[in-house]
Design a protein around this ligand. Structure first.
Ligand code: SAM
Length: 266
């Protein structure tokens, strides 16, 4: 039996499951079974990390996204449930198109691009990030999940994209303002700064993604971006000015406009 933990019961169970490699039901049913000293020590090491505030996803090394488990670590943003709406937006945008060409900018763990590649196995998916460490995690996830897609390292569109245009560009770029106090609170303290903030007004990376998209989209190709809770109007204006039509934002389950999309009119 693992020694009593100061963690909330649910979290202690998750760590216990990870250490013993068992289900929650098994853990509860066998809570008086002996554990080895090594298992207890491993549990305590994970518990200490969690008690120090490290996000559970990093402590466990995994996070579920769109029904699949993705490896995560300090090099990548922990995929958020609301980002599943970005995947939905992208899937809807290429519905009915055969063998669509899809580009994700700022892939992090690869959760979005890999999910798109698995949901649309006929698509040619390319994912980029400026972080080599993030791309290593994304490649590992693609291989573990059996997804077939390409990865490139570079600054937004400044990578070898080739001359063929895309049917869809998706991105969840860093959009937190440089001096937002949330960057120093909770889970965000442990996530890579590069994934969270553009180091400016929160719209700089979104501008780069939106303004560069037209040069890489086919006529009527779609751009879907995720942004902050208070950025939808600014992103809609940005997309309309850049030459997108049908620009609209979608609310998440909490009713917050988190995704904005449009079609390239050229
Ligand atoms: C908010 S995270 C999104 C990660 C993942 N797509 C997701 O939704 O969970 C933003 C990602 O953009 C990458 N990034 C930041 N600046 C970049 C740049 N200039 N060019 C390319 N990628 C960049 C970060 O490394 C990070 O992985």
């Amino acid at each position: 039996m693992l020694a009593a933990s100061p963690l909330p019961r649910f979290e202690a169970h998750l760590l216990g499951q990870a250490v013993l490699g068992v289900s929650r039901a098994w853990l509860i049913a066998h809570d008086s079974d002996p554990v080895t000293a090594a298992q207890q020590a491993q549990f305590e090491a994970l518990q200490a990390r969690r008690l120090a505030g490290e996000p559970m996803a990093y402590v466990l090394g995994t996070r579920e996204f769109y029904g699949r488990d993705f490896c995560v670590g300090p090099a990548v943003l922990i995929p958020r449930p609301e980002t599943e709406f970005l995947v939905e937006c992208g899937l809807q945008a290429v519905q009915g198109l055969e063998r669509p060409r899809i580009l994700e900018l700022g892939t992090g763990s690869g959760a979005v691009a890999i999910t798109l590649a698995l949901e649309r196995p006929d698509a040619a998916v390319l994912a980029t990030d400026c972080s080599a460490d993030a791309l290593a995690v994304a490649r590992r996830n693609a291989s573990a999940l059996g997804a077939s897609l390409g990865f490139l390292q570079g600054n937004w569109y400044d990578v070898e994209l080739g001359s063929a245009r895309f049917d869809l560009i998706v991105s969840n770029p860093p959009y937190i303002r440089a001096h937002d106090p949330h960057l120093h609170q909770g889970d965000l303290r442990f996530e890579p700064g590069l994934a969270l903030t553009d180091g400016a007004d929160g719209l700089q990376a979104l501008r780069a993604v939106v303004q560069g998209a037209g040069a890489h989209l086919r006529a009527q190709g779609a751009l879907c971006v995720e942004h902050g809770w208070d950025q939808a109007a600014a992103v809609r204006a940005m997309m309309a000015t850049a030459g997108f039509t049908g620009v609209a934002s979608q609310p998440d389950l909490a009713g917050i406009e988190r995704i904005t999309h449009g079609r390239w009119a050229a």
